[in-house]
Every structure is written in structure tokens, then in C-alpha cells.
Design a protein around this ligand. Structure first.
Ligand code: XIL
Length: 486
């Protein structure tokens, strides 16, 4: 039996209502992390407070949901708690940049960078390393050093090998080169390009690969989220680098976006880079609003976040999203974009915004809103009767212009070891990314089998798996067959 969730209803709620529901019980996200209780607990409050965190959902799906953090804010308990509870990955917002790490030649300073790494380790989080070779936040001794080619190579080599070497085994992915192409889609006129030409990029990647052969190495930039002249230039560049055998593993789309102006072809753009064999990540997502933020603007922003996050999770080569700051109070946007702000999913008071719930739902979260319980759709045909072995129950949990997300619950008839669920895709449908099951398709026939740990079920016991797929205009309701054995 399938049913639709109350996602439109949720989005229709006012920010105030969402904030109130959480504030009354928990005093916000940070307190929720500690399970503190307020004075008045209504049914809605209780359910709302139990909602899974973004981190829980991302972990279940095996995707990255990260944030940028600043070492000096880690003293604040609400900041720490929210960073640890809501995100499974952290990035140093500034503390790992060249000017901080090596402000004078040969003088490395690790205390701020270490604090963030220690925090991530204490909280069992991934770290995306940002960044090694960048024209900005670069100390003057590099920028104005008048180095020869060999000298600058040596300077790069030293910085990359020392920095990556220190965190070998701790930082799994790195922005090796940041922003090497300018807004006119030309190589940026940095000291690296002026001295070494475009080969500085390939050289930096080779040095990084030597420094930590197990790290995954990214190139990263802004305004390359949609298909445009700049992202086309990147497409050519990374294709050339790959053809030359340069060890590049991924591309980061920074995702510094404006609400209402999110490119509509993000998914297509992610797909074309993924098709080159690269991992794609949205590395610095924020979606800014012209202040003051109104309820309507926050709703638009929620749709924007939903679009970006779904575009990533719809492509199997896109491994996740990192938002650029823990809350609106810590975002770089108001300082860098005049009159704009409120760019993150959590507000300055640690309250979830509509954008938060949009991401939550894109990650498969249940809004769990008791005022709008899931209702069965009487037009939905029943799923297959139990075959004796097991029964599979299919529901579409999210749907957007070209994609959808579905969840399949497997319930054992008799106890079984291993299960297989099969169904046929509707016209134009495909499966792009699955979790908690091994899913393959041949033509329109899809086969999903357990992944070991969820294969053994006693009589009546259930387990669920999910997937993201594409559709050709509408989502079908398939008939499923469930059999024992995998
Ligand atoms: C920004 C930080 O958020 C600010 O605090 C700092 O003042 C400037 O840099 N692209 C990047 C990031 O790769 O490093 C930038 O971070 C934002 C744009």
C-alpha cells in the first residue's frame, strides 16, 4: 500500500510554527541534542522533537551532509552540539587555509586547524579538507615572493606535503586546487598561473597524491553549479587532466547561490561530471536571500535547497552536500554580499527553517507531523499478496520534477535468511542510487536483494530499503514480488 506524506502541508507551515514546536520542548536544536525538556509538551512538540537529525538520515543513506566550522566558535556549547548532531562531516571554514597554516615561509601553525580535526574525531565525523592551492587568503610571502618556477614548485610541494602529511589518515578528501578559473572562464591570473602556467594544477594534484595516496583529491569552484561557460571550461579542464593521468578524483561545486536563481540544470551538470568518472560534491552550499527574510522568501529558499539536495542525491556519483556554516549567525554571506543573508537551513537562534525540513525530507526523513498524518490513497492498488516467504510494501516518499525517492518495506512471512524483491519500472523510470539493498536493473526489470546485515528476518519482522530514481513525467506504482533467498 502506498501513501503520500504531508510534505506540502509541512512546507505550508509558518516558520514561527516550526520554531515554536521545537522551542517549547527543547529550546532549539542544541538543547534537543541533549534531550533537555521544557515545561509544556504537546503531542506535536513531542513528535517534532523526536525527528531524526540530518546526520541520522544522511548516515542511513550513506551520504555526506556536512558543514563548515570555525575553530573559535567551538567553545560555544550550542554551536558544538548542533555541528555534531546535525552533520556527519566538517570542513575548516578558514582554519586550514594557507595564510593560517603557513603565515611565514617554513613556519607552520596548526592549533586552529587541529581543534577542528580533534572535534571531528571526537564526534566521529568525516573531514573535507579545504584548501591547499588558492589565490585568496594566501600570505604575501607567496603572492609577492617573486619566485622562479622551481622555487614556486618547491613552495607548493612543501605546503602540500606538510599539510596533507600532518592529517594523513584523518582527512579523507581535499580541495587541492580552489578557483583556478575566473568568471570569464579563463585561467585565473594568480601567482601560480603566472609563474607555472596551467600546469600548476596538474602538478598540485600529483604532489597531493604523493603526500597522501589514499586521499580523494578535488578541484573546487563557484558558479559552476549549472551548465555555463565556466562549468564548460571545467569540463574541458578535468577531461584533459584525466586524459593525462593526473590523479584527480572529484569536483566540488561550491554552491554559493541566490534564492530564486538556482540553475535548473544542476542535476544534468552533476551528471556530466559524474559520467567522466568523477565524484561530485556540493562543497559550500548556501542560498542567500535579499533581507529582510519573509515567510514567502523562506519558502522559496526551502524549494531551492530541496532542488539542489535532490539533484545531488539523484546522481549516484554525487556523494553529498556541505553547507557553508552551522547557522545564519555564522554565515559569511552578510559580510560579503550587501543586504543579503539568512542563507543557511538553521537560523541564528538554532531553529530549523523551512529549508532544514526540505533537506530533512529530501534525505528520506518523515516530517512526523501528527496534525497531518499520512493518509492512504484509496486509488492506490494493493501490492502483491504475500507469496508465503515475504511481502514487499512500496511507497513514494518524495517526488520532484524529474526524480523521486521511494521506500520499500520487506516483511517476512516465515523466518528467512536473505530476500529478493523484484518489480518493473514504469516508462521513463530508472534507479540511480539505493541504500540498505543491492539494487540492479536490466531493462525495466529491477532486482533488489538484502545487504547481509538486514537479510535475516524472523516471522513478521520488517526491514526497509530505499532508492532515488528518475521518472519520465510521473511515478508509477509497481507490483512487487518478494521471495526468500538473495
Ligand atoms: C570564505 C569564508 O567563509 C569567510 O569567512 C572568509 O572571510 C572568506 O572565505 N569560496 C571558498 C571559501 O572556497 O573558502 C570561502 O570562504 C567562500 C568562497
Amino acid at each position: 500500500m502506498s501513501f503520500t506524506k504531508g510534505r506540502r502541508r509541512l512546507r505550508g507551515r509558518t516558520v514561527g510554527a516550526v520554531a515554536l514546536a521545537v522551542t517549547l520542548v527543547t529550546g532549539g536544536l542544541a538543547a534537543a541534542a541533549h534531550g533537555q525538556e521544557g515545561t509544556r509538551v504537546s503531542a506535536e512538540d513531542a513528535v517534532q522533537a523526536q525527528a531524526a537529525s540530518l546526520r541520522d538520515l544522511a548516515d542511513q543513506q550513506g551520504v555526506r551532509m556536512g558543514t563548515a566550522v570555525a575553530s573559535h566558535l567551538l567553545d560555544q556549547s550550542d554551536y558544538r552540539q548542533t555541528a555534531a548532531t546535525e552533520f556527519n562531516s566538517v570542513t575548516h571554514e578558514n582554519d586550514l587555509k594557507w595564510e593560517t597554516v603557513q603565515p611565514q615561509q617554513g613556519q607552520f601553525s596548526w592549533s586552529n586547524a587541529d581543534r577542528v580535526v580533534d572535534f571531528a574525531e571526537q564526534n566521529n565525523q568525516m573531514i573535507h579538507g579545504h584548501t591547499l592551492v588558492w589565490h585568496s587568503q594566501l600570505p604575501s610571502w607567496v603572492e609577492n615572493g617573486n619566485f622562479s618556477q622551481d622555487q614556486l614548485r618547491g613552495v607548493m610541494q612543501d605546503h602540500i606535503s606538510t599539510t596533507m602529511g600532518r592529517y594523513r589518515g584523518q582527512i579523507g578528501t581535499w580541495d587541492v586546487v580552489n578557483e583556478p578559473i575566473d568568471d570569464n572562464a579563463q585561467f585565473r591570473d594568480s601567482v601560480f598561473y603566472q609563474t607555472l602556467g596551467q600546469d600548476f594544477i596538474a602538478e598540485a594534484f600529483r604532489m597531493a597524491d604523493q603526500a597522501d595516496p589514499s586521499a580523494r583529491l578535488f578541484i573546487n569552484d563557484y558558479n559552476i553549479d549549472g551548465i555555463n561557460a565556466k562549468s564548460d571550461a571545467y569540463y574541458e579542464l578535468v577531461r584533459d587532466l584525466l586524459a593525462q593521468g593526473v590523479p584527480i578524483d572529484g569536483i566540488g561545486f561550491q554552491g554559493h547561490l541566490i534564492s530564486g536563481q538556482v540553475p535548473s540544470d544542476i542535476q544534468q551538470n552533476i551528471q556530466r561530471f559524474a559520467d567522466l568518472g568523477l565524484e561530485v560534491m556540493i562543497t559550500e552550499l548556501d542560498i542567500r536571500i535579499q533581507m529582510p527574510a519573509t515567510e514567502q522568501k523562506l519558502e522559496q529558499q526551502a524549494r531551492d535547497y530541496e532542488g539542489v539536495v535532490n539533484a545531488c542525491y539523484a546522481v549516484s556519483g554525487c556523494s553529498g552536500v556541505i553547507v557553508w556554516g552551522v547557522t545564519d549567525a555564522h554565515s559569511w554571506v552578510p559580510d560579503h554580499f550587501d543586504g543579503q543573508g539568512a542563507a543557511l537551513p538553521i537560523d541564528s537562534d538554532y531553529q530549523q527553517k523551512p529549508a532544514y525540513w526540505a533537506i530533512h525530507e529530501a534525505l528520506g526523513g518523515d516530517p512526523a507531523d501528527p496534525t497531518d498524518p499520512p493518509t492512504e490513497d484509496p486509488t492506490d492498488p494493493p501490492t502483491d499478496p504475500p507469496s508465503g516467504d515475504c511481502e514487499a510494501d512500496y511507497r513514494v516518499t518524495n517526488e520532484w520534477n524529474s526524480g523521486f525517492q521511494a521506500e520499500v518495506t520487506v516483511t517476512a512471512g516465515d523466518s528467512l535468511t536473505g530476500w529478493t524483491v523484484t518489480w518493473n519500472l514504469g516508462s521513463g523510470e530508472s534507479v540511480s542510487h539505493a541504500w540498505n539493498a543491492s539494487v540492479s536493473s536490466s531493462g525495466s526489470a529491477v532486482t533488489a536483494t538484502d545487504v547481509g546485515y538486514n537479510g535475516t528476518l524472523s516471522a513478521g519482522q520488517s526491514t526497509a530499503f530505499g532508492f532515488v530514481g528518475n521518472h519520465g513525467g510521473s511515478v508509477s506504482t509497481p507490483q512487487l514480488t518478494c521471495t526468500s533467498g538473495s
